[in-house]
Design a protein around this ligand. Structure first.
Ligand code: NAX
Ligand code: ADP
Ligand code: K
Length: 464
């Protein structure tokens, strides 16, 4: 059984490789499958244009010799640059099977980087880094095999400050975290995956799959579809934006709950604004979900409002100011999970408040999800979703036009809307992110947050 969406750590990849070997494969046969698959992609991208393969000392270099042999068998002119001799038995054998003589340097049409893959443990030495840059610059098209050399496989961090930019990256056997996490993700160009027979790995992270949403049932009414209450605070514009988006996210009824003394504001006519004491307003038993945080403010009154909402123990999305105010004591004793939607700055603050520091981002997000006993959507160009009790999920990249003010309020509104429909916290988080990304694609370049809201119904129809 194939598992094309799973994302493995280098350690999980090694264990998966060992299972294949226990099942009758050999390291040689796996390298042959990986190298042949990668060569097929190189050939498809480059045809008969001449190729330079840079081979390192480990098995990534071994893949390079296999690729060189397969391309030559297809009639491609290939040069191999090998600054270090093969150090593993299988890489040595791959070089012998290739049978050619490496050159000092080359400037052909296509560059294939097989210097280091998942085994890189420290920054590249200056001479290797210099050679990598020189070769990358001397070619028109650049392909990284498994990973761009210089990338940390598990965290997506760059081990050297500046690394070349690639047109294509060919992952071998399974995706690694760095294929989908910044900053490494940004170097990779188009990503391709070569199957070498790795089956599903229990507790592996995976890429989020597009959801299948449904139309409301025949007997639906506004309350059965879900009542979402958005808590307004000092800056009501943010709650209005979130509530506007939530109208299109599936909930049947969206209200804004405002303090009696709060400033006057308007909202679309189909969003009901209720004013009064929060104590009274939240006692409506028909409420299915809360969204708290956008425009909440950081005053004592804001803290009291957050405390009160969380004490209701109803499924709740915490965003923006709620994440700055959130403390472990506020969620003690809750049965209903919360969904927290921090951007990078809010994530750092949350990590300090919950003492989840001193670890990489993937670990931190999983740890925080356990701490809040809920779901954590670490949003940004590489949105990562951690859930208590299960492995993280990574969202495929969304359009970078989302980097404009107000889009986070919209994401929070969409997730809260899905939560109000009765979706589980994890599903609500993923579905909200998909609607958000698809709406951004539909809205096209240079949209404003309000235009993004308008694009949500068309995004919804893409998942029906
Ligand atoms: N795990 C698998 O199932 C498969 C792995 N394959 C390939 O094997 C690769 C992993 O191979 P390896 O574990 O040999 O790792 P690499 O080929 O990434 O490199 C590790 C070698 O380089 C040395 N090294 C590490 N950092 C260095 C530095 N900064 N400067 C100089 N030398 C350094 C290490 O001591 C080791 O000898 C994968 O990325 C993939 O390309 C494929 O052959 C297919 C199967
Ligand atoms: N470069 C980017 N590429 C893709 N998505 C992005 C990028 N930058 C921001 N986003 C998305 O835009 C939204 C921004 O949210 P946030 O930072 O809370 O903004 P605001 O507070 O102004 O609403 C998030 O959903 C985030 O994932
Ligand atoms: K590489």
């Amino acid at each position: 059984m194939r598992a094309p969406e799973q994302i493995l750590t280098a350690e999980q990849m090694q264990a998966a490789e060992q299972r294949l070997i226990d099942g009758g494969e050999t390291v040689e046969s796996l390298m042959e499958t990986a190298g042949a698959g990668a060569a097929a992609y190189v050939y498809r991208a480059c045809g008969t244009r001449s190729v330079t393969v840079l081979c390192g000392p480990g098995n990534n270099g071994g893949d390079g010799y296999v690729i060189a042999r397969h391309l030559q068998a297809r009639g491609v002119e290939v040069q191999v640059v090998a600054p270090l001799d093969p150090a593993t038995d299988v890489a040595k054998a791959a070089r012998v099977a290739w049978g050619g003589t490496p050159v000092e340097t080359a400037s052909e049409a296509v560059f294939v980087d097989c210097l280091f893959g998942t085994g890189l443990g420290r920054p590249l030495d200056d001479d290797l880094l210099g050679l990598l840059h020189k070769l990358a610059e001397a070619h028109d098209y650049r392909i990284a095999v498994d990973l761009p050399s210089g990338v940390d496989s598990d965290s997506g961090e760059l081990l050297n400050d500046a690394l070349p930019q690639y047109d294509c990256t060919i992952a071998l056997g399974a995706w690694k975290f760095s294929h989908w996490l910044m900053p490494a993700m940004d170097l990779m160009g188009t990503r391709k995956l070569v199957d070498i027979g790795v089956g599903p790995v229990s507790s592996a992270a995976h890429l989020s799959r597009a959801p299948k949403l449904t139309a409301p049932p025949r007997d639906a009414h506004k309350y059965s579809r879900g009542l979402l209450c958005v808590i307004a605070g000092d800056m009501p514009g943010a709650s209005v934006l979130a509530a506007s988006a939530a109208r299109h996210g599936g909930a049947g009824y969206v209200k804004i709950l405002a303090a009696e003394e709060s400033q006057y504001f308007t909202a679309p006519h189909d969003v009901v604004i209720e004013r009064g004491s929060l104590y009274d307003l939240v006692s409506d038993r028909r409420i299915d979900a809360f969204l708290v945080g956008p425009g909440l403010g950081l005053s004592d009154q804001a803290r009291a409002r957050l405390d009160w909402v969380l004490a209701c123990d109803i499924p709740t999305v915490c965003d923006a100011d709620a994440l700055t105010l959130l403390e472990p004591s506020m969620i003690e004793g809750r049965d209903c999970p919360i969904i927290a939607t921090p951007h990078a700055g809010e994530l750092d603050r949350l990590a300090n408040a919950f003492e989840a520091t001193g670890m990489d981002r993937v670990e931190m997000i999983s740890e925080l999800a356990e701490d809040i006993e809920g779901v954590l959507v670490a949003k940004g160009p590489d949105t990562l979703i951690g859930s208590a009790g299960s492995a993280p999920v990574i969202m495929p990249p969304a359009p970078s036009w989302l980097s404009t003010a107000g889009t986070g309020d919209i994401l929070a509104g969409l997730i809260a809307s899905r939560l109000a429909t009765g979706a589980s916290s994890r599903k609500a988080a993923e579905q909200g992110c998909w609607l958000h990304g698809e709406a951004a694609r539909i809205a096209g370049p240079a949209f404003s947050a309000e235009q993004l809201v308008e694009a949500v119904p068309a995004a919804y129809s893409a998942f029906l």
